[in-house]
Design a binder for this molecule. Structure first.
Ligand SMILES: [Zn+2]
Length: 159
């Protein structure tokens, strides 16, 4: 995400989230939201396969559905676009029997997913997780929240 704030922390560390709603930034939110790495995006498509991670993030009960809705919207849009990509690649290149056929398919699917990537760049999610081999990348839309998060995890970050 272009306009988001990124913090990378080792996978083995216990991360603490500030007691602030991830969505509206109210203090002392009354609920938690389980955020997993299983979202469809550029990162997940290229890097995240096989890497699963989840975090419990403080959120208001009221904000929960507002946070989830765009995620589901993107997820469904991703599935629809991928299906279109699959259909197009079978339609255009289904007859080819070369070793690189699956790469053509992957390329076509990637191209059909471009609108989704652009959407994510223009409207970044409030919070996103990406799991790498040894570390987790936390992406925040709010600079304020990202700073609070860094403060809370100062000890781990300075090691
Ligand atoms: Zn809230």
């Amino acid at each position: 995400m272009a306009n988001s704030f990124v913090v990378e922390i080792s996978k083995s560390e216990n991360v603490v989230f500030p007691k602030i709603c991830i969505y509206c930034e109210n203090l002392n939110p009354d609920d938690f939201l389980k955020v997993t790495t299983h979202t469809i995006g550029l990162h997940s498509f290229l890097l995240k396969f096989g890497n699963f991670f989840s975090a419990n993030v403080p959120i208001c009960k009221f904000c929960k559905h507002k946070f989830r809705f765009p995620k589901w919207g993107r997820f469904i849009a991703g599935i629809i676009l991928m299906s279109i990509g699959m259909f197009l690649s079978i339609y255009m290149f289904g007859e080819i029997s070369a070793w690189y056929k699956k790469w053509i398919f992957a390329g076509v699917i990637l191209i059909t997913l471009i609108p989704l990537f652009i959407w994510q760049l223009v409207f970044p999610a409030y919070f996103e997780l990406t799991a790498y081999k040894d570390s987790i990348v936390y992406e925040f839309k709010s600079e304020n929240y990202a700073l609070e998060f860094v403060n809370k995890n100062n000890k781990i970050l300075n090691q």
